[in-house]
Design a protein around this ligand. Sequence first.
Ligand SMILES: [Zn+2]
Length: 299
Amino acid sequence: MDVRGENCTVVPYGEVRVLVGARQGAYPYANSLLVHGSEASLVVDPSLSLVDGAPPADLVLVSHAHEDHIAGLGSYDVPVHVHDGDLAALRSREVLVAGYGLPPDAVEAFDASLREDFHVRGRPDAAGFEDGAVFDLGGRTATVVHLPGHTPGHCGFLIEPEGFLFVGDIDLTSFGPYYGDLSSSLEDFEASMRRCREIDARWYSTSHQKGVIEGGAEFRRRLDVFAAVVERRDAVLLELLGEPRTVEEIVDHRLVYRPHVEGAHVRPVERRTAVQHLERLLSEGRRVVEVAEGLFRAA
Ligand SMILES: [Zn+2]
């Protein structure tokens, strides 16, 4: 069978094939998996590079309901599964769009982009799974590892016997962890990073340009660098709060995006990120205090 789509490169790891998306899987692309057992086959996260030339599969697993992970889903008229926490967003594009918390005047354009650029259609037939669910392909299994934070239902999948752990958008990029959606959680993201740090696998596969990491030691080293971005955001915030600041001033300064990045998503993502860091610093050892209503300063 020819599994080479027009825009992806196939790299095997045992019987797990990584379908590397265009541009090494950098957004708006992503990496997908194709896994065969003796009885059935599955695809994980059909990306934009699977819109044409998608390999056949008996079922699809979705790591989480973000457009870059489901753009090729229209190629699959087979059962689709996602964690219960992201089920509503996968079933309805309207729910997916609402979850980004964009300003009202930006919603229509973003919805059009999901529809036209990412081919996102709601999948009302999608079914939910929970942590620990096992998909048996015959001599090969995929076990769900719930890794929430990025989204509430974000999951990894452990493929055995290969010892191949797909970690989705715990993607090890220099951007660092993203927890800027309405239902994202910094606290959950950190717990999820601690959880996958404990899992011994032969390969660790990310959704984007960092690709596949071989060996637990190298994965943990890179995971620690990735996780340290959260500490860096704390440090930037504490420095900024050398003088009393409002949340909107923190949003102006930015903790997440570089100054040249533009778009309707920037302020909402910066605001939710800033608020989560602030809340933590306010409670945790009171490293920040609220000196007047809505005005924060480093303690
Ligand atoms: Zn994502």
